[in-house]
Design a protein around this ligand. Structure first.
Ligand code: XLS
Ligand code: NI
Ligand code: NI
Length: 441
């Protein structure tokens, strides 16, 4: 247990360094070598790794069956601002030792929410003054900020989709403050995760009206942010369910359709989370492909689910195969647009040593680094790209090419089919592709 007033929270752990895959040191990176170039860019810049304030410095391990198992020394002071400042000290110490460049937060991760809006505003101003100084001293940056519009009981029926306008207005005020704080701290992006924007039952829900409200609300938030000089990207983070039975931001495809319907597509992109993808019945690679196809691959919340159960377990990434597939799409898309890799992941309830938080982030960073290196090799030295391109070669010349250029009409298809006779089957070669991935892993 670390004594209060003793400014070092993670005693006995120094700066985490890259030691290479031969190292046996659990507190060293084996693959994540920040300055190493991959596809012409240092790993540090590819990933922009971020630590999530909420899981790492607010979560205590409590679950519906028992209280927290982690006693954070920074939570000890009864004065919320003093606790917020100690928490910031711990966060900055941890992130600096880890050698990451970024963090992400919800408004009231930074400091406990007060009883009134006005008092909360004041607290946010005070804690962000303190954090700004720490950022300037350490060089740490803010990948994105967001507002927690899902924990407080007032949001039990939603925030921007609440049937009661007064709650929608309250959410607007809260998000205004969260945006102000994000801008003040030089946040590169701003995230909306619609945790309670959805329904528990359609019987009491006017779905169309709620979607219209959400679209208008997000447009107002964008206009406000832009008027305040915010140049970054707004992200929507899809998730199909949990806490609601159904959430409107179901998955990448649903969100893209929504953004286009409400004229938000020029300012918003997607923040995709691995465990949300799997909850939606997709793979992370699928979600990334969909986003990339629309130029909306903005940012990633890195974690993983559990194959044996169906909720958001938010475990740290460690599945090389899954992340390699994601990194293939990542490299082919030219990386992320504005965002980075935020470890939206938490320790297991029974992981209670201070060093566990380091081990978890080291493992996550190494998983991404190793997967990126494999993906680069697959793209550069294997026949993967050529094999895939060959499947489409009939569109590269003749009538196929004319079709892609929009030079054919529907009757032309009829005549082409009449003339070409029987078309031989073309194998999809799925097993060949699968073997190739494993060969390079
Ligand atoms: C919850 C979400 C949340 C967002 C930020 O499932 O992942 O942590 O990333 O509100
Ligand atoms: Ni998330
Ligand atoms: Ni999540």
């Amino acid at each position: 247990m670390i004594l209060l007033g003793d400014k070092e929270f993670f005693k006995g752990i120094g700066a985490i360094r890259y030691e290479g895959k031969g190292s046996d040191n659990p507190l060293a990176f084996k693959y994540y070598n920040p300055e190493q170039l991959v596809a012409g860019k240092p790993m540090r810049e590819h990933f922009k790794f971020a630590v999530a304030y909420w899981h790492s410095f607010c979560g205590t391990g409590s679950d519906p069956f028992g209280p927290g198992t982690l006693v954070h020394p920074w939570d000890a002071p009864s004065d919320p601002l003093e606790a917020g400042r100690l928490k910031a000290d711990a966060a900055f110490e941890f992130i600096t030792k880890l050698g990451f460049d970024y963090f992400c937060f919800h408004d009231f991760d930074l400091v406990q929410e007060a009883d009134t809006l006005a008092a909360s505003e004041q607290r946010l101003q005070q804690i962000s003054d303190y954090i700004l100084k720490k950022m300037q001293a350490s060089g740490l940056k803010l990948l994105w900020g967001t507002a927690n519009c899902f924990s407080h009981p007032r949001y039990m029926n939603g925030a921007a989709t609440n049937p009661d306008f007064r709650i929608l207005a309250r959410a607007g005020a809260q998000i205004k403050l969260a945006l102000d704080t994000t801008i003040k701290l030089g946040g590169e992006n701003y995230v909306f995760w619609g945790g309670r924007e959805g329904y528990m039952s359609l019987l009491n829900t006017n779905l169309k009206r709620e979607l219209d409200h959400l679209g208008r609300f997000l447009g107002m938030a964008r206009d406000y942010g832009r008027a305040q000089g915010f140049k970054g990207t707004f992200f929507i983070e899809p998730k199909p369910m949990e806490p609601m039975k159904h959430q409107y931001d179901y998955d990448a495809a649903t969100v893209i359709g929504f953004l286009k319907q409400y004229g938000l597509q020029d300012d918003f992109k997607l923040n995709l989370e691995v465990n949300h993808a799997t909850l939606a019945g997709h793979s992370m690679q699928h979600e990334m492909e969909v986003a990339a196809a629309h130029g909306m691959l903005g940012s990633i919340d890195a974690n993983r689910g559990d194959y044996q159960n169906g909720w958001d377990t938010d475990q740290f990434p460690n599945n090389i195969n899954e992340v390699t597939l994601a990194m293939l799409t990542f490299l082919e898309a030219g990386g992320l647009q504005g965002g980075g890799i935020n470890f939206d992941a938490k320790l297991r309830r029974n992981s209670t040593d201070p060093e566990d938080l380091f081990l978890a982030h080291i493992g996550g960073a190494d998983t991404f680094a190793r997967a990126l290196l494999i993906a680069e090799k697959i793209l550069d030295s294997s026949p993967y790209r050529v094999l895939r391109k060959e499947r489409y070669q009939s569109y590269d010349w003749g009538k196929g090419r004319e079709f892609e250029a929009g030079e054919l009409d529907f009757k032309d298809l009829y005549h082409i089919a009449m003339e070409q006779g029987k078309v031989p089957l073309q194998s999809g070669k799925q097993e060949l592709f699968e073997n190739l991935i494993n060969q390079y892993i």
